[in-house]
Ligand binder design. Sequence first.
Ligand code: GFB
Length: 304
Amino acid sequence: MVGQALMRRLAGTGAELLTVGRDQVDLRRQAEVEDWMAEARPHAVFQAAATVGGIFVNDTRPAEFIYDNLAIETNIVHAAWRTGVEKLLFLGTSCIYPKLAPQPLTEDSLLTGPLESTNQWYAIAKIAGIRMCQAYRRQYGCRFISAMPTNLYGYNDFFDLNASHVIPALIRKADEARVQGGTMTVWGSGTPRREFLFSEDLADALVFLMQAYDGESHVNVGTGTDVTVADLARLVAQTVGFEGDIVFDRDKPDGTPRKLLDVSKLTALGWRATTTLEDGLRKSYRWFRENHENLRGIKEHPAA
Ligand code: GFB
């Protein structure tokens, strides 16, 4: 999702875009990454690739989340230094912050308390990525920076109901309930609050940071506003045109109670999000309808 959004954002800028598919280079294999970087010789690198997913897979596949992400970021950052990459932007996540850190979450609340247990494996890997960039800046003078986006959604999202994040899951559930009848099930109590950033806004922010920022501290990337999961579910239902009942499955985890980023650093640099949640959901749903027959996560796991 992020990689495709970056490609759209950079098209027409004059930048030569270098990409490589996972069938050609496994980013977890150091030699494959180093060979590709030595041959392609990029000037700048956006490190968007990661093993990602929603609350359930983070909690049930901890080994993959910690190993894949540590390996990917270690290989890319190290190869970027060895091949003289001029600028690298590492992408993290808002779950790097302590579960009960004061809200909104400022960049300096990193490592001030215990992490949320469901996604601690992913968070630890991403914290290591931030520190990698800082270490290579300090020791080798590399211009490597880090951006911490809030929860993302948008085009090319992942719709497997066990592995996806909340927005694609709710879009799919609402649409299937609209077509087949029945209720729409929402995980947890509905009370957690989340902030959501549209894929195209994220790509714009990342290109902005690549050009405008060169500091050691990571930078939060979000909208500065959040909603409860229950309100989000109602908004998705409205967007999709589902008018039936919404049911809360309290056997499923809530995760962290709130995760709102303080975006004042990014705002002071000169960037703010422009897509409202209502508009982003409309665009995402339209994209889902146009593509849903062939989507990753639906082809493999169709609704029962
Ligand atoms: O998006 P999500 O899976 O991730 O869940 P996190 C957000 C909230 O939505 C949680 C609730 O309170 C879920 O219980 N929710 C309700 C649902 N219905 C659903 C549903 O059908 N599917 C899903 N997935 N959730 C993620 C991390 O945490 O944050 C990722 O796990 C990443 O690694 C991301 O860092 C930014 O917000 O809880």
